[in-house]
Design a protein around this ligand. Sequence first.
Ligand code: NDP
Ligand code: 2IT
Length: 472
Amino acid sequence: MESDPQKFRPRAAIAMARCFPPFMSTILDERLEALFQTVVKRNPGETEFHQAVREVFESLGPVLVKHPEFGTHKIIERICEPERQIIFRVPWQDDSGQVRINRGFRVQFNSALGPFKGGLRFHPSVYLGIVKFLGFEQIFKNALTGLPIGGAKGGADFNPKGCSDGEIMRFCQSFMTALHRNLGEYTDVPAGDTGVGTREIGYLFGQYKRLTDRYESGVITGKGLDWGGAKVRKEATGYGTVFFLQEMLAARKDSVEGKVCIVSGAGNVAIYAIEKLQQLGGKVVACSDSNGFIHDKKGLDLALIKQLKEVERRRIADYARHHKRARYTAGGSIWSVPCEVALPCATQNELNGKDASRLLRNGCLAVAEGANMPVTPEGVRVFLDAGIAYGPGKAANAGGVVTSALEMQQNASRDSWGFEFTETRLAEIMRGIHASCYQTAEEFGAPGNYVHGANIAGFIRVARAMLALGLV
Ligand code: NDP
Ligand code: 2IT
């Protein structure tokens, strides 16, 4: 087999798997606790999925009181069960002629609001529990956007690191050969995620086109600008996270201007979060990859980071060779760097309770999640108890899928919008998501708690649609 997923799981997740379930400390009401235990039993070993479900359940008590019809119609039980799960073999040949086998996944979670929509992740840690946590989160994230998109996620336990271009292409072609029957612009529309960028989307789309003999642009998003892609999609998740941060700070009569910021990761989301922070006058002093982090007190040189990561596909350690004033720390925690704003933009469970307490001690006053579920339940509790501005991923990082939906709109009308127009649409929608989370939190007696606001607002929109569509 290609790899051992456990080897690549972040330390926090491995600890979770060993002493499950560490997030049981929050009390759920009796009915939700019983539902949660059923989810755990029906989905054994899928710790990240359990974690994502429990976090949403923690917000739903008051919703069931206000909307008993959701209980009668078993909406929660239905939402926790994917509509369809596809697991498939992905055989491919490496450059030395060896046959390699990976496992591919697509979990089509919920299509009450529109065709299944969500990214593909290529990373050795991918297994069903990761794909399901991401797909589950995606349902509510997509609902929050107000756009007509259902929730899904997919990927493979494939490690793109060190692969040649030809190997990546052959892997993508084999992946799409297995999956194409289950996709379509009105059925299921994938996009990128960790390890899947424009290059991979190109190979996937090319193979879909060849197999179906159709130029069906709307079947996948994140396409290149010359062949049906949307301007701003590449920048969208990072920009959107900063727009959400801006709104949280504005609600506290504050702004990004002059703030010392740190951003974990150095991939697609991190790079464009850094870009927007810098455009708004923030001073970004640190970023990372899975080997270590760089700290540059004068502020990061983004052009160099783009060159190293996007063009040369190198490690962030190389940054320090170009800038002598920058310090590279192998391993270690980026969260030890003092800052006012922290944006976790790498991966799930990358920031734990201790990291959160350390950030607070160092003066952090706002956290917006560019990654999906990057903060452990203990970390979330530390931020919420401290009352800082904390934006959960399903709200804060929705900019990517928002702009994917805008790409679908352009494809459907065979149109292509300008950069400024698209960015303005993205900013408006992110403002709308913030307003909806903010107002819902107030309405349900938890002012300033964006976790409850996002979970409740997203859940209610999906639940209403499911009721309206009958027993689906
Ligand atoms: P990329 O593959 O472009 O970059 C991922 C970055 O995170 C890299 O710097 C990578 O370091 C680091 N990273 C990945 N896995 C781990 C790990 N297990 N431990 C430590 N560091 C890790 O991915 P994206 O930027 O697209 O995605 C980052 C996060 O944002 C993910 O959680 C994703 O689900 C989420 N997201 C992405 C969206 C998108 O549109 N792309 C939309 C919304 C959310 P290294 O290179 O060393 O592996
Ligand atoms: O987590 C996410 O929202 C994404 N990876 C983007 C999904 C999409 O369909 O653009």
